[in-house]
Design a protein around this ligand. Structure first.
Ligand SMILES: [Zn+2]
Ligand SMILES: [Zn+2]
Length: 207
């Protein structure tokens, strides 16, 4: 289990049990005391829980709000990156480690969110560009930089099936990759020209 998933689980347990001992965390995840301490420390730094002697207790959610970085405080149904309203077939939904839900207008902004606030993201779902079916981003096949750019540029589209992604790529260009390729691709694209906005397309649309 990844550290980020484990920390999310710790928060889930705290939600239902209100307190957890160090021994609970060590026992349930089969991790060392040091790892458990580190998790508790990190979650406390983010104000998601409070450490007490020998364990942790739930942090009041109202207080935790302040720990969420500014871009995440956007209106709930608008894109958390560019504030554009999210549309069904491009929807990219993000669950923060605080349990809060956020949406990106398209996989482009979804991936951009991972690049900027990745540490705060517990999981993310994307929709199939053709069929709209939601599925976890880790399972998705990304077509990166094709000429089909219904929302933000460069275009990032997601498909549930690899063969559909490859056929789409044959027709409309770009490259096919997985989640990690999408992160690398967008990071490169966004750092090529620092002057460029995260969503130049969205910005043009607003003019
Ligand atoms: Zn956006
Ligand atoms: Zn977009």
């Amino acid at each position: 289990m990844k550290a980020i998933q484990r920390r999310q689980e710790i928060l889930n347990w705290l939600d239902s049990e209100k307190s957890l001992s160090l021994t609970d965390i060590v026992g349930r995840f089969s991790v060392s005391k040091m790892t458990a301490h580190r998790d508790m420390e990190i979650l406390e730094q983010r104000q998601l829980l409070k450490r007490i002697h020998g364990g942790v207790v739930a942090q009041d959610r109202g207080q935790a709000r302040g720990a969420v970085p500014a871009p995440v405080r956007a209106k709930e149904f608008d894109c958390l990156v560019c504030r554009r309203p999210a549309s069904q077939n491009l929807l990219y939904s993000i669950t923060l480690i605080t349990g809060e839900q956020r949406q990106a207008c398209c996989p482009h902004c979804g991936i951009a969110a991972h690049l900027t606030i990745g540490d705060n993201i517990a999981m993310a779902m994307t929709a199939d560009f053709f069929f709209g079916r939601p599925h976890p981003v880790q399972k998705s096949f990304f077509v990166l930089g094709s000429v089909v750019a219904p929302c933000c540029m460069p275009s990032v589209l997601t498909f549930e099936a690899e063969d559909v992604a490859r056929r789409f790529q044959k027709g409309f260009g770009g490259i096919v990759g997985r989640f990690n390729d999408a992160l690398k691709y967008l990071q490169q694209e966004l750092t090529v020209d620092n002057e460029r906005e995260v969503c130049p397309h969205c910005k043009e649309g607003k003019k």
